[in-house]
Write a protein that binds this ligand. Structure first.
Ligand SMILES: [Zn+2]
Length: 250
């Protein structure tokens, strides 16, 4: 690594370290110059947060899924010396939320193509990890990852596994946002939505969208959410991510 690249990375690291109590500072691709990236890319995984701009009830911001994907990527990167975090993709496949103003969806086909082209342009890195913060992204992102793998690329599509929790803008996501970006949560406006299990709701959601089952856009119950619960969940999810990537890298 040349001196300028080392100095830039050390400088960025020092800045991030002051704001993060976690491990080592994460390196953000958008903050680097191309010569700095050229020096390190072959030994770095590129982690791409994939989010959405999508309604999350009356109390959570449209950026909820993006914020969660970014938080997972940054916390994972803070644990490892071989990771660079790419700029987040803030749009996803959110057609099921179309009944709620503010939702901006690029649809499944465009998302798949976006991820394929991103992956094809990232061959300088040792691999690409796609972190999806939005359930609607999973199918197109998995299809994109399968195509990139078939082309001989090292790509992993990863989605948080929430073992217990509600589906959308409920306690789970509200707790996560309270831990990541509490300034964007309007807790006083949080109220419960349709609380039926997702498996029961899915046929209705697929056919008619979220608006057909929930007036306020919530699937679950956000009341009782806390930042402490969200912080613990986030750490557990990063543990999963870390473990899955170690297995993938073997
Ligand atoms: Zn969400």
């Amino acid at each position: 690594m040349n001196h300028a690249a080392k100095r830039l990375i050390a400088h960025l690291a020092a800045g991030k370290a002051r704001s993060s109590p976690l491990g080592q500072p994460s390196i953000t691709l958008g903050d680097l110059t191309w010569p700095a990236v050229a020096e390190i890319a072959a030994n770095r995984l590129l982690v791409v947060p994939l989010g959405a701009t999508e309604q999350h009830g009356p109390h959570l911001p449209l950026s909820t899924d993006t914020q969660i994907a970014v938080a997972l990527a940054q916390r994972f990167a803070a644990r490892r010396a071989d990771v660079v975090v790419a700029p987040a993709v803030a749009y996803g496949s959110s057609g099921e939320h179309a009944g709620f103003v503010g939702t901006l969806s690029i649809g499944a086909d465009a998302l798949k193509m976006l991820v394929v082209e991103l992956g094809r342009s990232a061959d300088a890195f040792s691999g690409v990890v796609l972190i999806s913060g939005h359930g609607g992204n999973v199918e197109p992102v998995s299809a994109a990852a399968a195509l990139l793998q078939a082309e001989g690329r090292r790509v992993l599509a990863w989605t948080p596994r929430i073992r217990e929790g509600d589906a959308h803008a409920g306690r789970t996501e509200t707790s996560l946002l309270l831990s990541v970006r509490p300034d964007t949560v309007r807790l006083a406006d949080a109220c419960r939505g349709d609380e039926r299990p997702l498996v029961d709701l899915l046929p209705l959601l697929r056919e008619h969208g979220v608006a057909a089952v929930s007036d306020n856009g919530v699937l679950g119950d956000p009341t009782g959410a806390t930042g402490a619960e969200g912080a613990a969940l986030l750490e557990a999810l990063v543990d999963d991510l870390d473990a899955d990537i170690r297995v993938w890298q073997q």
